[in-house]
Design a protein around this ligand. Structure first.
Ligand code: URA
Length: 297
């Protein structure tokens, strides 16, 4: 490539990065709902119940450097469950239609008897198209035995690379906010409504959220925290039925039914929003103080 051409390519890439393009997908659009489009990437899938090789090399999970390693992240991977509703999209068969995907997600999530089983099921669930563009599943970080569970919206670029939620700038702010009330990843459990990164960090579609919802609900039920904290409006809308804005909704305790018991839940601002709107941190601080007081009760 001539120097001149290289300069042009570099300038074009700079332009893309400046415009927020940070993920490379494919050169031509792929209709993943046709068997032909899916076949080449997924013919290696084993039938349900047999260990299935990954369709493409997965990034190794990055060590978190905290006790999260010995709890949520460094666990040995369990073998896949004997049957997996919703994982039928293998071998060129088209993925289920949205309603069917939601049904399959409900069945698959309900069949998980433990967090490890749930993670294994999600690793193989093909009902959500995001899994095909994400590098890997971002299941959870922190301590699943913790009394408090934080739930965000969806992983971003850094989380997709690390395989862990909230490790980017927003995550670092979350760590500082938790530290301010005496929490760390050893004493809190952290997950997202949607466990795969949407391309380019776009907002998950309502359909993607609905498909993923049974899994996060089951994850909450299995982790069984005393206190649930929804980070941001999308999390509060999905889990707590928020219909008005997060400004009005945040900071008030609500009841959340896990499926086995009622726990206390609260919504607060998403740390990414606080990075953009630091003035609102004073309200988030009140919410975190309320969480600290509730944990002390
Ligand atoms: N934002 C989220 O909602 N979740 C993450 O894991 C990271 C950023």
């Amino acid at each position: 490539m001539s120097l001149d051409r290289q300069d042009h390519v570099r300038a074009l890439l700079d332009f893309f990065v400046g415009a927020g393009v940070d993920a490379v997908l494919e050169e031509a659009p792929v209709d993943r709902f046709t068997a032909e489009a899916r076949e080449p990437r997924f013919t290696s899938h084993a039938p349900a119940g047999e260990p299935s090789p990954s369709p493409e090399p997965r990034q190794p999970r990055a060590p978190s450097g905290g006790a999260g390693d010995v709890t949520a992240n460094a666990r040995s991977r369990p073998s896949p469950p004997p049957s997996l509703p919703g994982g039928e999209g293998k071998g060129g068969r088209p993925p289920p239609a949205p309603d069917a995907a939601i049904m399959a997600a409900r069945q698959a999530a309900a069949s998980a008897a433990s967090l490890d089983a749930l993670r294994a099921i999600l690793e193989r669930f093909e009902g959500c198209a995001l899994r095909f563009t994400a590098k890997q599943l971002v299941f959870a970080d922190g301590n699943p035995q913790a009394r408090v569970m934080f739930v965000g919206e969806a992983p971003g670029r850094e989380e997709d690379i690390a395989g862990l939620p909230f490790v980017g700038r927003a995550g670092q702010l979350l760590d500082r906010m938790m530290a301010a009330i005496g929490l760390a990843r050893t004493t809190a459990y952290i997950a997202n409504i949607v466990p795969w990164r949407p391309p380019g960090n776009r907002t998950p579609t309502p359909q993607e959220t609905q498909i993923c919802l049974p899994f996060i609900k089951r994850q909450i039920e299995l982790a069984d925290p005393d206190i649930l904290v929804c980070l941001g409006g999308p999390s509060a809308a999905a889990l707590l039925g928020m219909t008005d804005g997060i400004r009005r909704f945040r900071g008030r305790w609500r009841a959340y039914h896990t499926g086995t018991r009622e726990i206390r839940a609260i919504a607060t601002f998403h740390p990414a929003y606080l990075l953009r709107t630091p003035l609102e941190k004073r309200f988030a601080w009140r919410d975190f103080q309320a969480i600290q007081a509730a944990l002390a009760e």
